[in-house]
Ligand binder design. Structure first.
Ligand code: UGA
Length: 448
């Protein structure tokens, strides 16, 4: 195959899908001097992005966007991709109603790419970045070959290249990935490796493998991260029953063991977001389809689901009757530095509290807009922390935003009932007066 990857500034890159991965990748590539064409079938979304109205909050994204958007062409027109030497596919793969991964977006993209390959003579390398269950890349490849009437290798290249960026750190992770995994067809694999080597000046570990292994690596990665979190959450729950025990000391100590590693050992309300829960569920369904018992993965999921009930039960035990009690929630997004509330544990907790007719008031530096779309006027929203805390019967810290770490006793003076539940232990060293309960230290009130 005669792929020509020209000099970096001249290389034209296509990206299909303007979500977290696609948009972050587009601005980083443009910043590095590439010409980028970003395609999304959602015309409204593309129109807004073109008007510099970004669809979500992500640190550094708007700064990068403003600096580099002149090198990005935004469109819903797939035909423009004919100009590209490399085309990255970054569309979403949500969970369908049956618990299996919904591949309709990637399949549709496969058809569109097939159509333009049929009509023109360009020889791109297609790179599937979307998270897909093993076997999917070959299915998509078959769609492209059937529609284009062209064979991979001769007329186009096709590889799988999973993405590991985190929300809230999307730009940093795109600029500085910890690993590059490329699976699939040999010639194209080498070329994409070369492309990344040119793009990243420093050495990044590269794993070259086949389609299926590359696909599975992504699921193994996210499932392992989920496992670490559920593991430490279970240890935290045990700590809550041991007077004097502290989960952070346990995590710090075991994290020093290089065989364990210290990251992703922060106990809390459970993991949320659009990736860990979805990917774990997809791997469970896939294992079951294969006839393999996903017992560990299911336990990880069950442990995670348990955390929200645990927090809810503590509030109920402390306040007895939740009806008309003012319960203040600090943090709505599933993690700090994000406005994303998908699978956020905060949202699940609020739903439970509303069912008990509590008067729920919420604060978040970024995620109020998204939360309003769900709860509308069923809860109250405020951008003032003092207002949230005033006359409150119970304050629950859910997301570890920086500004919540600065809270101290003087901020809680006007609470009606000084009950503070800190699911992230942000204030654990502040000798908080009143009843201060935190996950992994004394949530069950057995100590201190
Ligand atoms: C996750 C992975 O970390 C990324 O590598 C991956 O690329 C991404 O999914 C994806 O598949 O797209 P993300 O969902 O952005 O990234 O967020 P994480 O940083 O993984 O956090 C997930 C959840 O776990 C959050 O609710 C966070 O608060 C929680 N968490 C994380 C803990 O409770 N404790 C920890 O120690 C770490």
């Amino acid at each position: 195959m005669n792929h020509i990857i020209t000099k970096m500034s001249k290389t034209r890159i296509g990206i299909i899908g303007a979500g977290f991965v696609g948009l972050s990748f587009a601005v980083v590539l443009a910043q590095k001097g590439f010409q980028v064409i970003l395609i999304d079938k959602d015309r409204k979304k593309i129109g807004k992005i073109d008007e510099k109205n970004l669809p979500f909050f992500e640190p550094k994204l708007s700064t990068y966007f403003l600096k580099s958007s002149k090198r990005i062409e935004f469109s819903y027109n797939f035909e423009l991709l004919k100009k590209c030497e490399i085309i990255f596919i970054t569309v979403g793969t949500p969970i369908g109603t049956n618990g299996m991964i919904d591949l309709s977006n990637v399949k549709q993209v496969g058809k569109e790419l097939g159509k333009i390959l049929l009509k023109s003579d360009f020889k791109p390398i297609l790179v599937l970045k979307s998270t897909v269950i093993p076997g999917t890349s070959r299915k998509i490849l078959k769609i492209i070959e059937d529609v284009s009437k062209k064979k991979v290798g001769k007329k186009f290249g096709f590889v799988t290249n999973p993405e590991f960026l985190r929300e809230g750190k999307a730009i940093d992770d795109t600029e500085n990935p910890h690993v590059i995994v490329i699976g699939g067809q040999n010639d194209a694999k080498e070329k994409i490796m070369q492309f990344y080597k040119n793009m990243y000046k420093k050495k990044i570990p590269v794993i070259l493998t086949n389609y299926e292994t590359a696909e599975l690596i992504k699921y193994a990665n996210n499932s392992f991260l989920a496992t670490k979190i559920s593991f430490i959450n279970q240890i935290a729950n045990i700590c809550d029953n041991i007077p004097g025990a502290n989960v952070d000391d346990v995590a710090n100590a075991i994290g020093i063991d290089p065989r364990i590693g210290g990251l992703f050992l922060k106990a809390g309300p459970g993991y949320g977001g659009s990736c860990l829960p979805k990917d774990l569920q997809a791997l469970i369904s896939y294992s079951e389809k294969l006839g393999e018992l996903p017992s560990l993965l299911k336990a990880v999921q069950k442990t995670n689901d348990h955390q929200v009930s645990k927090i809810f039960n503590v509030v109920k035990k402390q306040l007895k009757n939740l009806n008309q009690k003012k319960i203040s929630i600090l943090g709505l997004s599933f993690k700090e530095d994000s406005d994303d509330i998908r699978e956020s544990v905060s949202i699940k907790l609020i739903t439970k509290l509303i069912q008990q007719k509590s008067n729920v008031v919420v604060h978040d530096p970024m995620a109020i807009g998204n939360t309003k779309k769900i709860f509308k006027n069923k809860i109250q929203y405020s951008d003032s922390i003092p207002e949230i805390i005033n006359e409150s019967d119970c304050l629950i810290i859910m997301t570890p935003w920086e500004e919540y770490k600065r809270l101290n006793n003087s901020d809680f003076q006007k609470m009606k009932n000084k009950l503070i539940i800190d699911t992230r232990r942000l204030l654990k060293n502040k000798k908080i007066q009143g009843k201060y309960l935190s996950i992994g230290i004394n949530l069950n009130e057995n100590n201190h």
